[in-house]
Design a protein around this ligand. Sequence first.
Ligand code: PMP
Length: 389
Amino acid sequence: MKHRNLLMIPGPVEVDPEVLAALGMPPVSHVGADFIEVFGSALEQLRQVFLSTDGQPFILAGSGTLAMDSAAANLIQPGDAALVVNTGYFSDRFAAILQRYGAQVTQVGAPPGDRPSLEQVEAALQGAAFKCMTVTQVDTSTGVLADVQGLAGLARRYDVLLIVDGVCSVGGEALNMSEWGVDVALTASQKAIGCPPGLALLVASPRAVAAFRARQLPVQSYYADWNNWLPIMQSYEARKPAYFATPAVNLVAALNVSLKQILQEGMAARVARHAALSRACKAGIAALGLKQLPASSEIAAHTMTAPFYPAGVSGAEFLAQAAQAGVLLAGGLHPALRTQYFRIGHIGAVTRADILATLAAVESALAAGGYPFDPGVSLSAAQRVGRGQ
Ligand code: PMP
């Protein structure tokens, strides 16, 4: 009998055994030939996963928040104007980080579950000479997907740096850094990258690196300072040893395997798989009569689903029952709605079988809560989507 539940939260996620095997190897020297090759290859592959032709990749020991911190610390000088396109909890976090480094932050937002229109963002861009604009590609608190390509078009037109928080999206949603004109895209190892938590991942465009080099004041974070990390990343990619702070050697080895798997699947195929599994999951949830947080299916993420509980079903009890049925789901996160909805992550190595198991557990938990429905209705809806009906 299996003694662990299926992990279907929006990160950390289920991890492929080959990736776990790399993690479990004896640690190696961070300046030894084997690790230099692994780190160099991970950096090269990271650039490809972000679909960047000329960006500078960074792999740092830390979480997604460190990647956000690193972008803000290196690009913001006190007094710089920054625009935050706000779709929830993690957009609020970016605003707080930017402010910590002295930015004058303007926000353009929308009610929970919605996103500001490109017209609203453009109107905001006309209001001040912004140095940068941040957007959360998938805000994990709402499951809302931003129009990163549209925002990148505006960023280029108004000559601002576009920083994309892709923690819940890179490797699952379409993101074409170079073609779209994104300046910084960042994520963490534990989501669509398919690794355990522990690595902050970031790619900076040549425009972003030039903006960093043009700064007059020192970077206010010692650990995150690109002056420390740029030579390290460049050395490893040139297959030369270098040291600033000890890399997380096992995690980098796991990342190298996971990135290889992602590129073997192919970015387009991977995005299509996430979209297909998301459609199946959302169809199953809809068939149960549960509403979802995103205002429309066009702006709903493909890496997660955020259904509202039906009236009369208690969130805490529902999540406990789903776990009892073998699947771990996440509660709500947006402060305004926290107790009213739950979150299903379908990210990374996720399969159709995982979606069906998840819907079955959702049904068990709803049934335990006394909610009436036809048993199996979500599974057959999901199966029909799978057959393209
Ligand atoms: N941004 C988004 C969109 C996220 O989903 C998360 C993590 N859930 C973060 C930032 C922060 O990442 P971490 O928890 O790895 O610091």
